[in-house]
Design a binder for this molecule. Structure first.
Ligand code: ADP
Ligand code: ZN
Ligand code: ZN
Length: 746
């Protein structure tokens, strides 16, 4: 009856499912209490019982009274997602055209997605207990292992903990072994191991580092930003590598903390920049939490909870920490704002930098974007005077930036892709006790194997790509789908055993250099050599101490590391980027060259940078070398303008893939037909066209591209189009996604 239903309380809930809507539920009288948006509820959904978030309470519903299901349980006393975070998420769901339920799910710590009780629990870790006798560690450990001979399960656990970096949590132990709890108890009783919890809040006990006297450029930047420090503005700190940007961040943090405000610092990848985190901890006398995806779910939630409850005053985190509730938030800092890792590349494809700017605007607080090589998007916003900019043009140590020189590869003798002249330079620098860094963005030994007799190549069965040869493991790996197989001894086509490795990756260059420069240690830093926990730290440590004279690495090494003795930096594979199908490739190359140049000659010795290329006259390289990154970027902005690419135009990709050749194309064609039914006004639509890599992981991939000068027009259209796409019958056979402001078009 209508009277009854009008008295009934109804809530709109975001449920984790791929539909562009919220779902209405009734709130039984027994659960009659203060309900605010952001509270979690358990609700029936199909045959499941899912955890959703209340978006709002409503008086009306389209659901007939007999179909309206009641909430099963209200899980929280207070809202876990604050109103400003909910506002951000609602906006993001519309902007990125992604189902709200999944957007909200992304913002919630994993622990809260599965657990009813929101009380944080710190996870237990296990480690070996230090023994109090005079033996050396290894002697003592051998004795213990001897004594455990008759208890193999205990021995096995002991050995696991012995080989662990520091400690292991239950998740890690579960993945390494089974039934470990009983032997753990036995070892605990014998006082051979111990358990402990890691506190969520990090605090440096004896704070004894002091800030250096700031240079004029630094002081000016700080004054400019602090002039209106409780108002919204986007400030860019465009400072060359080593110019002291981090010192500016630290000074800004100090005054915000003194004003009793919380601070959010976003960094591209925590693991790659342990030095930065350490500096914040040492300098700022405050409680800090770290948030990143490699953390244990409980640990991560405990850190999130400490931030949401104001105990943590400073949060340092990666992309998804932009969704952390911070009631006293006063400042957001985005370090290396140009970095691609701020963009999520699957599921809910948001850009954390852009959401951070919106959050700062909503909260009326300043945000600082720092970079030595700002993105073209940010430079465009500076040009159009939407952002304030502060330049730091001098290195803090007043050392000049190294000279960048091109090494013309044409008709030079090459050794595994390295020019003879480059090798001579390396020798010179090593002889003068300098260290050398070589960049190549290609892992493995060689990008492919080829039959010398018939030209057969090692292609991936599932992708339009070659399989990379990894020599140490004697395997072929596809870097696009993860397929692996043993390296062939004979050609699949003609049976010949004349198999040759074509091209060079980090592994091959490491081998070659180690042979050529046998008097120094060559260290390779890429995803293959740093997979084990602690190995990256170990390698960085050896690089800092000077034990490794030559470092060969991928882009991983470009970020935030300070090697005082590094005097020569070489960039090996520029030509690929100069002629790439990726519209951001040139920007990335210029950023890499500029960033890594800053790695050379930091201390007393002058530095040198060498760039190998077959195209030394390429206008991009010429502009970059002779006029610098700023000039390059302005030229690149003009090119984007002419090509109708971002940031001049706004871009949206509708991607689709399927195992059937025609299904993806059919879906996209119907999507386009649908779009053509309405007036597309200011929007240009291209496609369907094949993705640059047409087949990946056994799926055929196609896309439709939308371009417009008017964001509003684009969004008005998308909010109509996306739910229509969901209705298409052809959608059931394919995977499709919408990418607003895509980072690449692959
Ligand atoms: P960036 O973040 O721009 O790369 P950093 O803030 O890391 O630069 O500074 C580079 C180095 O110079 C660091 O070792 C830092 O301690 C030092 N430094 C920064 N500012 C000053 C200053 N005003 N006086 C002396 N040393 C400084
Ligand atoms: Zn062959
Ligand atoms: Zn593959």
């Amino acid at each position: 009856m209508p009277q009854e239903s009008s008295k009934q309380r109804i809530v709109k809930v975001a449920v984790p499912c791929p539909l562009y809507k919220t779902f209405d539920y009734s709130l039984p009288a027994s659960k009659n209490r203060d309900i605010v948006p952001g509270i979690r509820v358990r609700v029936p959904f199909g045959r499941q019982k899912l955890i959703g978030i209340i978006i709002e309470e409503t008086l009306t519903t389209d659901v007939p009274a007999n179909k309206l299901k009641p909430v099963i349980a209200v899980l929280d006393e207070q809202n876990l997602l604050s109103s400003d975070i909910l506002k951000l998420l609602l906006w993001a769901a519309r902007y990125y055209v992604h189902p709200l339920g999944e957007v909200v799910q992304t913002a919630l710590p994993v622990y809260l997605r599965n657990t009813d009780d929101a009380t944080p629990v710190l996870p237990e870790f296990w480690r070996l207990k230090a023994q109090e006798d005079n033996h050396t560690d290894s002697q003592a450990q051998n004795e213990v292992m001897e004594s455990l001979k008759r208890a193999p399960k205990q021995l096995q656990l002991y050995q696991l903990l012995l080989s662990a970096e520091d400690s292991l949590d239950a998740e890690a132990l579960n993945s390494l072994t089974e039934n470990w709890r009983a032997p753990a108890k036995a070892l605990l009783d014998k006082q051979l191991i111990e358990t402990f919890v890691k506190p969520a809040l990090l605090k440096q006990e004896n704070d004894n580092t002091i800030a250096p006297a700031l240079h004029q450029e630094q002081t000016e930047a700080i004054n400019n930003i602090e002039a209106h420090r409780h108002q919204h503005a986007v400030h860019v700190i465009n400072g060359i590598t080593g110019s002291g940007k981090t010192e500016v961040y630290l000074a800004l943090c100090e005054s915000m903390l003194a004003d009793n405000r919380q601070i959010l610092v976003l960094v591209p990848e925590i693991g790659l920049t342990p030095q930065l985190t350490q500096r914040f901890l040492e300098r700022l006398n405050t409680s800090v939490v770290i948030l990143h995806s490699a953390m244990n779910d409980k640990q991560r939630y405990a850190a999130w909870h400490a931030a949401a409850n104001k105990q943590a005053r400073l949060v340092i985190g990666t992309r998804s920490s932009i969704f952390t509730p911070l009631p006293d938030l006063g400042l957001i800092i985005i370090d290396e704002e140009h970095d691609g890792s701020y963009k999520q590349q699957d599921g809910f494809r948001y850009n954390a930098r852009d959401l951070a700017i919106l959050r700062a605007k909503n909260n009326n607080i300043p945000i600082v974007l720092g970079s030595a090589t700002p993105s073209l998007e940010t430079l465009n916003n500076i040009n159009e005077q939407r952002y304030q900019v502060n330049y730091l043009k001098q290195r803090a140590n007043k050392k000049p930036l190294p000279k960048i020189k091109l090494v013309n590869l044409c008709s030079q003798k090459l050794h595994e892709g390295l020019a003879e002249t480059l090798l001579l330079k390396i020798r010179q620098h090593l002889d003068l006790q300098g260290q050398v860094l070589l960049f190549i963005n290609r892992r493995g030994f060689a990008p492919l194997l080829m039959c010398h007799d018939c030209g057969w190549t090692t292609n991936c069965q599932r992708c339009d790509a070659h399989m990379t040869f990894h020599k140490r493991r004697n395997q072929l790996h596809c870097h696009h789908c993860g397929s692996q197989r043993p390296a062939p001894e004979h050609c699949d086509e003609c049976g010949s055993n004349e198999i040759v490795a074509i091209g060079a990756g980090t592994e091959r260059i490491e081998h070659f250099l180690q042979e050529r420069f046998s008097d120094t240690n060559v260290s390779r830093i890429d995803r293959d050599t740093t997979r084990n926990k602690g190995s990256l730290e170990d390698k960085l440590e050896k690089a800092h101490s000077g034990e490794s004279g030559i470092l060969v690495g991928t882009q991983m090494l470009a970020k935030g590391h300070d090697f005082p003795n590094m005097t020569l930096v070489c960039v090996l594979d520029t030509d690929q980027a100069l002629f790439s199908a990726d519209f951001r490739a040139a920007e990335h190359l210029a950023q890499l060259i500029t960033q890594v140049s800053g790695r050379a000659g930091r201390a007393e010795k002058p530095g040198e940078v060498l760039i190998q290329t077959h195209h030394p006259d390429h206008p991009l390289l010429q502009t970059l070398l002779h006029e610098g990154y700023q000039a390059f970027a302005q030229a690149a902005l003009h090119e984007r303008q002419a090509a109708g690419l971002p940031p001049a135009r706004h871009l949206v990709l509708l991607r689709c893939e399927s195992v059937e050749v025609n299904a993806a194309q059919a879906f996209l064609q119907q999507a386009v037909d649908k779009a053509r039914q309405v007036n597309l006004e200011d929007i240009e639509l291209f496609g369907p066209i094949p993705a640059p890599m047409e087949r990946r992981a056994g799926r055929y991939r196609y896309q439709v591209m939308l371009q417009s000068k008017q964001r509003k027009a684009l969004h008005r259209f998308l909010s109509w189009w996306a739910p229509q796409l969901q209705q298409l019958v052809s959608a059931r056979k394919v995977r499709w996604s919408i990418d607003v402001d895509p980072y690449d078009t692959f």
